[in-house]
Ligand binder design. Structure first.
Ligand code: 0RA
Length: 652
């Protein structure tokens, strides 16, 4: 025998009928109040309070009192018209008893005031009755006071009516939750209830809610009950002001919208704050906090983004070429409360806290759009401040994105210590230190032996380095040769944050063979510097070593020639076809370490070309043509500039 049936056995036929009506509620309370945990327990109070709030919204009630009794009961009373008590001729039951004992009966009494009845599940007060150990209802109306008691949903006796000379009207519902139903106990939490009651007072401006905890009275030394009064004439405007208490508002007024369309009431209050970086948008539908958002919030976000972008363009804050401000840029620092009242709300999701009515999206967009545009038209100072903040947010988001990238890449780079093949110099003073970037391991070997290790470092690169013009960033950072360059030189992240103090050498010398391949490799390395860290070129840190092409020996004397002209001059200076030998260096690797030192590396005797950017834009263009993807312009460039294409002479 079910619990409900056990109880019903004590009553007569009429009671059995009532109980059968409410039996599903006791059998499956979760279906009606979500859970039988604390959330469901507090829901009982909200359900009763919502009825009084509806009466207030209908304009018949100004005050709602919520008392927590020492005995574990809750009492909700209002000064509304009172639940009707007249007896229905067919059922022989009073309206009050019907409301208390028939599922979903509440709505049947609906006049104008009930069109947007709250109640998370719209279950009505009969559910509270079904899930309470007892309920007592007192109604004052038309000079009478009516009283009826229920236990676990079943009326105990009939409605008792007495004359009342108080002149007051209203409804008082007291109930004690049924311990058999609520698994987590039946103790109400003060803060949970006070939070919700305060919220209701904000959402229904002008309605006074008194919250009194008489359980406190028993405990406190003064013997006084804890009482709070929530009354906000300004409604959600005051809510926004309250949320912004410790913040610095960007504009003094709270932007306020209150209008109705197709039976949907839309109320919104908005204010941006200077120092806030996230947004706090609180959404409500029929006084229910829609934690999971829904169509009303979507409508608000859409209209904010569209309206502010329109103003940004109109006021010249955003150029044609610049992208639109993103929704999150616009909402940065925004505190908003959006409260909609929908005749037939559809709540979605696990916790039924997401508004589903599709028509609401467009209505919110429409009504808020109109009011917001009008307000902003008349308050250009406000719109300019909001836009300025949004643009800052846009720029900050860009910077943050780059910073994130930077951190991500840095970790890749910093995890690798100095490249293994770097033969570093002993000096730690970048101003006197040089690094030779040389082509191939054999040249690297000669350079290592020939150098002055005190201030000269050698970094051999294997073959042709990646053409970074044609490569995406991820690949660039993975490439070992490029990693060696970045870490060896102490470069930062591509294109930014060039940190001169991190640069490990103030002379970066590209030393490649004096042939076509060498020229190509040199161009690749230069392209790398140009694309990766242009500041290196602009700062004049990059040099090109000039190794000799020939060695001319005559007797005990020898001369190095750096190009054909040089050689011709040398030979011309000799007496007719004299006894000499010419050695042509095919590559740096062919030179003796000492030769390399004398000819190319010794600061006293060497020739180096400093790479300068005369015209960065032009250099960029040339690099793009020479190194880029497009074949046709490259061919064209080479055809017209072939005479100048001696890379050794290329002054970038
Ligand atoms: C239906 C009709 C009328 C009032 C109410 C319900 C009502 C219900 C509750 C629940 C808690 N407080 C309430 N106050 C009023 C209007 C009856 C009339 O015309 O007088």
């Amino acid at each position: 025998m079910s619990e409900a049936n056990k109880v019903s056995a004590a009553y007569g036929a009429e009671q059995i009928q009532v109980l059968e009506g409410l039996e599903p509620v006791r059998k499956r309370p979760g279906m009606y109040i979500g859970t039988t945990g604390p959330r469901g327990l507090h829901h009982l109070v909200y359900e009763v309070v919502d009825n009084s709030v509806d009466e207030a919204l209908a304009g018949h009630c100004s005050e709602i009192l919520v008392h927590l009794g020492e005995d574990g009961s809750a009492t909700v009373s209002d000064n509304g018209r009172g639940i009707p008590t007249d007896v229905h001729s067919r059922t022989g039951k009073s309206a009050l008893e019907t409301v208390m004992t028939v599922l979903h009966a509440g709505g049947k009494f609906g006049s104008g005031g009930y069109k947007v009845s709250g109640g998370l599940h719209g279950v009505g007060i009969s559910v509270v009755n079904a899930l309470s150990e007892w309920v007592e209802v007192e109604v004052r109306r038309q000079g009478q006071v009516h009283h009826q008691r229920f236990e676990r949903g079943v009326p105990i006796g009939s409605l008792v009516s007495e004359p009342d000379s108080s002149g007051r009207t209203g409804t008082t519902v007291s109930f004690k939750p049924d311990i058999e139903i609520f698994s987590g106990g039946i103790a109400f939490d003060y803060h949970t209830l006070s939070g919700r009651l305060r919220e209701l007072a904000y959402l229904n401006g002008g309605v006074k809610i008194v919250f009194r905890d008489e359980r406190e009275a028993a405990r406190s030394p003064s013997g006084e009950a804890h009482e709070e009064i929530y009354l906000y004439e300004g409604g959600i405007k005051e809510y926004v002001a309250y949320m912004n208490t410790d913040k610095d508002p960007l504009h003094p007024d709270i932007i306020y919208v209150n209008s109705e369309k197709d039976g949907v009431q839309v109320e919104a209050a908005l204010q941006w704050c200077v120092d806030a970086y996230s947004d706090s948008i609180l959404g409500f539908a029929n006084n229910i906090r829609t934690v999971d958002g829904g169509t009303h919030i979507e409508g608000l976000k859409t209209v904010l983004t569209r309206t502010l972008n329109t103003f940004a363009r109109k006021r010249g804050k955003r150029k044609e070429a610049e992208g639109n401000l993103a929704g999150e840029n616009i909402r940065e620092g925004l505190t908003a409360v959006l409260s909609v009242k929908v005749p037939e709300p559809e709540f979605e999701g696990q916790t039924k806290t997401k508004l589903g009515n599709t028509e609401v999206r467009g209505i919110v967009d429409n009504l808020v759009g109109e009011a917001l545009s009008e307000y902003l038209e008349f308050n250009p100072g406000v719109i300019d401040l909001i836009l300025e903040k949004a643009i800052q947010a846009f720029n900050a988001a860009e910077a943050a994105r780059r910073a994130r990238e930077l951190v991500r890449r840095k970790s890749v780079l910093e995890s690798s210590t100095l490249p293994g093949k770097l033969a570093d110099c002993s000096s730690r003073d970048p101003r006197e230190s040089e690094i030779y970037i040389v082509e191939g391991d054999s040249a690297g070997g000669s350079a290592k032996q020939g150098r002055d290790r005190r201030f000269q470092a050698i970094l051999p690169l294997r073959g042709k380095i990646l053409n970074i013009e044609k490569t995406d960033d991820a690949k660039i950072y993975k490439n070992t040769e490029i990693q060696a360059l970045i870490t060896g030189l102490g470069l930062g992240i591509k294109g930014e944050d060039f940190n001169e103090s991190a640069l490990r050498y103030h002379r970066i010398v590209i030393m490649t063979d004096a042939d076509v391949d060498g020229a190509h490799i040199r161009t690749l390395i230069l392209t790398f510097f140009f694309r990766y860290q242009r500041m290196l070129l602009e700062g004049g840190y990059i040099y090109i070593a000039c190794p000799p092409l020939y060695k001319v020996e005559r007797g005990k004397n020898h001369t190095y020639c750096y190009n054909e002209q040089d050689l011709k001059k040398t030979l011309d200076a000799f007496p007719e076809k004299a006894n000499y030998t010419i050695q042509r260096f095919k590559g740096l690797g062919e030179m003796m370490p000492k030769q390399l030192w004398e000819t190319t590396m010794d600061p006293e005797t060497r020739t180096m070309k400093r790479v300068e950017i005369e015209d960065a834009a032009e250099a960029d263009r040339i690099f793009t043509i020479l190194m880029g993807d497009k074949v046709a312009p490259r061919r064209e460039f080479i055809e017209t500039h072939s005479a100048e294409l001696d890379f050794a002479q290329l002054d970038i």
